[in-house]
Write a protein that binds this ligand. Structure first.
Ligand SMILES: [Mg+2]
Length: 266
């Protein structure tokens, strides 16, 4: 189901002018879609554990007890050197287990294949490691005949020589980087993800033509920071969807491509 309203307890809606905004996007040719990975292209099954484990590290750290439980990366950077080491080790362990049990999001390969057939570029932009995103790509490739993703950018993917290799770059900068590689403006791409505090905020900051929030069971899953959908302009997605299949249906209609697209086919 595609909706312009959250089904969550949040009273804040998604963008009120959903159709108009995405129509405006479609008026300028859609060049590409930038996908978040965890919780978007693959099912999310470790974030709760990861956050709780990092909070535990912070609770046990001499500098961590009083820190605001906000963005994990910001909080970790304020821990003691030993606390930072423990937190990073914990993240690596959990993400590795996540990769070992990786499950493709329902409707993901069909959507990516549909976009590929229609000449829409696809990028993966993730705070996970690049090597894990490549594992995900290989899983998609096993069930697709079309090309999967044109670009994969992880937290450790080098940005340019002015940054050290392990430096994590804000997603908004990464979105601009992807558009630069694709030779288009940010308003010609759409950012899609399951986090309003990450994917939607960064997509809006970068000036994307639209932002799509995936809510697999109809409400906001990633609300660990106490934020709500639509509680600020930056946290207002253009559109909310419950599945990647819904996204495919939506773009099929937007592209007026119903002849090529038949429900149930990839
Ligand atoms: Mg995510």
């Amino acid at each position: 189901m595609v909706s312009n309203r959250s089904n969550s307890s949040s009273s804040s809606p998604c963008g009120q002018t959903v159709s108009n905004q995405l129509s405006a996007t479609a008026a300028a040719p859609l060049k590409g879609i930038i996908f978040d990975m965890d919780g978007t292209l693959i099912q999310l099954n470790v974030v709760n554990e990861l956050i709780q484990r990092i909070y535990q590290v912070a609770d046990e750290d001499p500098l961590g007890k009083c820190l605001e439980r906000d963005d994990l990366d910001v909080m970790i950077a304020k821990l003691s050197p030993e606390g930072q080491r423990k937190a990073k080790k914990t993240i690596v362990e959990i993400l590795q287990r996540h990769v070992d049990n990786m499950t493709i999001q329902e409707g993901g390969p069909e959507l990516v294949a549909f976009l590929a057939r229609n000449g829409v570029k696809r990028a993966v932009l993730t705070r996970n490691y690049e090597r894990n995103a490549i594992v995900m790509q290989q899983m998609y490739a096993q069930v697709m005949t079309e090309a999967t993703f044109d670009l994969i950018i992880g937290k450790d993917t080098p940005y340019d020589t002015s940054f050290p290799p392990e430096q994590e770059i804000p997603k908004a900068d990464r979105i601009r980087q992807i558009c630069n590689i694709w030779g288009c403006d940010t308003n010609e791409v759409i950012m899609m993800g399951d986090s309003i505090t990450d994917d939607i905020v960064e997509g809006n900051r970068a000036g994307c033509g639209g932002t799509v929030l995936l809510q697999p069971i109809g409400y906001q899953l990633n609300n660990f920071y106490g934020t709500r959908i639509g509680d600020s302009r930056e946290r207002t997605p253009t559109m909310c969807v419950e599945s990647l299949t819904d996204v495919r249906h939506f773009f099929a209609a937007q592209m007026n491509n119903d002849v090529c697209y038949q429900q149930g086919e990839m």
